[in-house]
Design a protein around this ligand. Sequence first.
Ligand code: SF4
Ligand code: SF4
Length: 57
Amino acid sequence: MIEIKHEGCIQCAGCCSVCPTSALELVGGKIVFYPEKCIKCGNCVRICPANVIELKK
Ligand code: SF4
Ligand code: SF4
């Protein structure tokens, strides 16, 4: 499970492109997260330039 602080997101879509399971999608200027697809690889956390994604238990 990840948590996104949407207020700080700059909509770069970087997290979407590095997600191996397409669990993140930029829809209408907002990142949508599909928790059932997430394998907790941490790619999105590492790539986010705004540092707004956190990996949770
Ligand atoms: S942790 Fe990995 S699988 Fe989960 S949303 Fe981020 S990039 Fe996708
Ligand atoms: S990588 Fe970070 S700043 Fe870029 S779209 Fe994803 S959450 Fe937003």
